[in-house]
Design a protein around this ligand. Structure first.
Ligand code: PEP
Ligand code: MN
Length: 341
C-alpha cells in the first residue's frame, strides 16, 4: 500500500502515520520525492485495512499495490537506483555504460589471468567467470568450483579487476561472497527462493538473470526477495528467453530493457552471448541493447574460444571483443552515454 501525503504534511504527521503502521504490525518505507511525499507499507500478506489512515488530514490518497513486488517498483522508489560496485564503478542512473566480460568458466589460472590483463588494457572494469557451472548434462564440465573461486580471487588481487561469479546454492554464498565483488544468480536459479534470501542477507551487488521462461513479473518478484531480505544492490540481466525458435540459443527480448526500466528503478543490463548463442550475433545485439537503453553489457570472451570448456561458440576472440568495445563506445557516446572504465 502507498500512502500519498499532502504537500503540507509535517514531520509530526509522518511520525504519527509511521506509528500507526507499526501498530498494525506493518513496516513503513519512506518514499521521498520532488513531486510528492509518500510512505510505502510492507509486511502484509494480503489486503491492508486502510481505515486507520483514511481519516488522517495529512493523507491525500491511498493506493493499494496488488503487484507481487513493491520495493523494486518505481511506485516505491521513483528515482533510478545506482548500484555501487567498488570505488568509482557504478551502474544505473547516469552511470557510464558498464562493461563486464570474460570466459564462461574458469578453466585455469593462466586463462583467467590472461583474460583479466587483456580486459584491464581495454579499460573493462569487471571480469566475469564461472566456478560453479549449471550445465544441462551432468557429463559436461561442471566448473572448478572452490578451486576456481580461489583462482579468481588471486587474479582479482593481482590485477585489481573486479570479479563477478555465479552462486548456485545457498551453502556457497558465504565462501563466494568473501572472495568476489559481485554475485550472479543464473537464469536457472531465478526462482530459487532460498538462494535469493541468502544473497539478500549479504550486501554484495547481485546480478539477477532472467529465468529461461521467466515473465517480467516473476523476474521482478524474484528481485523483491533480495531487496526484502535487506540487499538493495540488485542489477537485472536480460539473457534471452526460451521460445519456439531454435535458430538462436535463446530469443533476445530487448523490449524488456525499456519496459522494466519504466516500472522498476533497478539497473538493467544485457547479455548478448547467452541471448544468441552465436559469436557472430553478439556484436549487433550488443549494439541494439545500447539503443534500447541498457545500463550495461555482459560479454563472453575467451583467449581460445575454439577450445573453451563451455560456451565456446558464443565466446568472442580478443580481437573481436576489442572491435565490439570500440563500436559500443561510439554508439553509447551517440546515445548520450559515456563508456568509461
Ligand atoms: C553464464 O553466465 O555463464 C550462465 C550460465 O548464464 P545463464 O544463467 O544466463 O544461462
Ligand atoms: Mn556461459
Amino acid at each position: 500500500m502507498l500512502i500519498v501525503l499532502h504537500h503540507a504534511a509535517t514531520v509530526k504527521d509522518i511520525e504519527r502515520i509511521n506509528k500507526t503502521i507499526a501498530k498494525c504490525g506493518l513496516k513503513p518505507v519512506a518514499i521521498p520525492g520532488a513531486e510528492r511525499t509518500a510512505i510505502g507499507v510492507i509486511g502484509n500478506q494480503g489486503w491492508i485495512d486502510d481505515s486507520p489512515f483514511r481519516e488522517n488530514r495529512a493523507v491525500l490518497e491511498i493506493i493499494h499495490v496488488t503487484k507481487p513486488y513493491k520495493l523494486v517498483s518505481r511506485d516505491f522508489h521513483p528515482q533510478d537506483s545506482v548500484v555501487k560496485l567498488e570505488g568509482k564503478v557504478t551502474v544505473g542512473g547516469k552511470s557510464p555504460l558498464l562493461m563486464i566480460a570474460g570466459p564462461c568458466a574458469i578453466e585455469s589460472y593462466g586463462q583467467i589471468l590472461t583474460t583479466a590483463k587483456f580486459l584491464k588494457k581495454c579499460g573493462v572494469p569487471v571480469l566475469r567467470a564461472g566456478a560453479y557451472k549449471p550445465r544441462t548434462s551432468p557429463h559436461s564440465f561442471q566448473g572448478m568450483r572452490e578451486e576456481g573461486i580461489r583462482l579468481l580471487n588471486k587474479v582479482r588481487k593481482e590485477t585489481g579487476i573486479l570479479v563477478v561469479t555465479e552462486v548456485m546454492s545457498p551453502e556457497q554464498v558465504d565462501l563466494v561472497a568473501e572472495h568476489v565483488d559481485i554475485l550472479q544468480i543464473g537464469a536457472r536459479n531465478m526462482q530459487n527462493y532460498d538462494l535469493l534470501n541468502e544473497v539478500g542477507r549479504t550486501k554484495k551487488p547481485v546480478i539477477l538473470k532472467r529465468g529461461l521462461s521467466g515473465t517480467v513479473e516473476e523476474w521482478l518478484a524474484s528481485a523483491e526477495y533480495i531487496l526484502l531480505a535487506g540487499n538493495p544492490n540488485v542489477i537485472l540481466c536480460e539473457r534471452g528467453i526460451r521460445t519456439f525458435e531454435t535458430a538462436t540459443r535463446n530469443t533476445s527480448d530487448l523490449s524488456v530493457i525499456p519496459l522494466v526500466k519504466s516500472i522498476s528503478h533497478l539497473p538493467v543490463i544485457f547479455d548478448p552471448s547467452h541471448a544468441t548463442g552465436k559469436r557472430k550475433l553478439v556484436l549487433p545485439m550488443a549494439l541494439a541493447s545500447v539503443v534500447a537503453g541498457t545500463d550495461g553489457i555482459m560479454i563472453e570472451v575467451h583467449p581460445d574460444p575454439e577450445n573453451a570448456l563451455s560456451d565456446g561458440a558464443q565466446s568472442l576472440h580478443f580481437r573481436e571483443f576489442e572491435n565490439l568495445q570500440k563500436q559500443v563506445a561510439l554508439l553509447a557516446d551517440f546515445a548520450k552515454k559515456k563508456l568509461k572504465a
